[in-house]
Design a protein around this ligand. Structure first.
Ligand code: ASP
Length: 341
């Protein structure tokens, strides 16, 4: 695996398989049954220049669960970038303080520019509408776990990617990662103007997958294995786009009716979150809460073992995990994480 994780393009199928295996070995630690100190003494720099809850906190928690410590900075206001500092200078400075860096930034390509100035491993935590490789890895890990539970295989699976496929960076990384597996059937449904970039569609088709684009959710999806919904990325819209998307009125909503009428009892529903729960949003409806097919909180839980696997692999302690473990000593509730697993 290369030194940084900036795009899933740098991952061969064997690298992804390795990360899936290491993530599975991290489960007892992620679930607070075991502790490890393999990253004792290491410091993570968590640099988030765009809004984040899950990615920032789960990278932080994953590094701590490996025995390391974390320094955080959020937003431009409280960083020297507000004083005009370049990505190059920030990168050189941070490399003197940290042993790994996670960065999120609103500009596509900015995390790669930052990484070019350092030898410290850098993970892209989201670069504008570009990529979000760790999210795609945890999504694939989730699909793999859910399929094992349901006795399904990725080979021949039918996956629906819906929502904002133009600006949604998670689906850009995920579709490339999925294309290493399969053969798959991938259906893309997005509001007009928010379609998946054609270069990604061509790439997936060139790898032998069946890929179709549709403009509406009103189809029979009864053979669907995964619905992967995404939020409309309004923060990337121009004023004119905001106006033209005002009249969508829930046409692209994934809800109880859609699942009941068009999908099967074994279709799982995923979303990178956050979902927009405001009235009129075209997103994932809260009326699916409690439905066992809704995998979104199992998916967020899976962020911890996968991000632990990424750190352990980049910092080359992945082979030490099995020997460097002991049981936890504090009280752990019998069920950690979400209650509607
Ligand atoms: N949390 C994801 C991201 O940062 C998805 C989203 O914001 O809609 O890309």
């Amino acid at each position: 695996m290369s030194q940084h994780l900036l795009t899933v393009d740098s991952l061969a199928r064997e690298n992804v398989d390795h990360l899936l295996r290491v993530a599975a070995r991290m489960e007892p630690i992620a679930n607070r049954r075991q502790v490890t100190r393999v990253l004792e003494g290491a410091v993570l720099g968590n640099l988030f220049f765009e809004a984040s809850t899950r990615t920032r906190v789960s990278f932080n928690a994953a590094f701590c669960r490996l025995g390391g410590s974390v320094c955080d900075t959020t937003g431009f206001t409280f960083s020297s970038m507000a004083k005009g500092e370049s990505l190059y200078d920030t990168s050189r400075v941070m490399s003197g303080y940290c042993d790994a860096i996670v960065m999120r930034h609103p500009d596509q390509g900015s995390v790669a520019e930052f990484a070019a100035a350092t030898n410290v491993p850098v993970i892209n935590g989201g670069d504008g509408p570009g990529e979000h490789p760790s999210q795609a890895l945890l999504d694939l890990y989730t699909i793999d776990k859910e399929f094992q539970r349901l006795n399904k295989s990725l080979s021949g699976a039918h996956i629906l990617l819906t929502g904002d496929l133009k600006y949604g960076r998670t689906v850009h990384s995920l579709i490339k990662l999925l294309s290493l597996y399969g053969p798959l059937r991938i259906t893309l449904v997005s509001p007009p103007g928010l379609e998946m970039p054609s270069a990604l569609i061509d790439l997936v088709a060139s790898r032998g997958h069946r890929i179709e684009q549709r403009s509406s959710l009103a189809c029979d999806f009864s053979d669907l294995d995964v619905v992967y919904a995404t939020r409309i990325q309004k923060e990337r819209f121009t004023d004119e786009m905001n106006e033209s998307f005002q009249g969508l009125s829930g046409d692209f909503m994934i809800n109880r009716d859609f699942l009941g009428q068009r999908c099967s009892p074994s279709t799982i529903v995923m979303h990178p979150l956050p979902r927009d729960s405001r009235p009129g949003a075209n997103d994932l409806d809260v009326n699916l809460n409690g439905d066992p097919r809704l995998a979104i909180f199992r998916q967020t839980d899976n962020g911890i073992p996968m991000r632990m696997a990424i750190f352990a692999t980049l910092l080359k302690v992945d082979a030490l995990i099995d020997e460097d473990q002991r049981p936890v000593r504090w009280f752990v509730p019998s069920q950690t994480g979400t209650l509607d697993r």
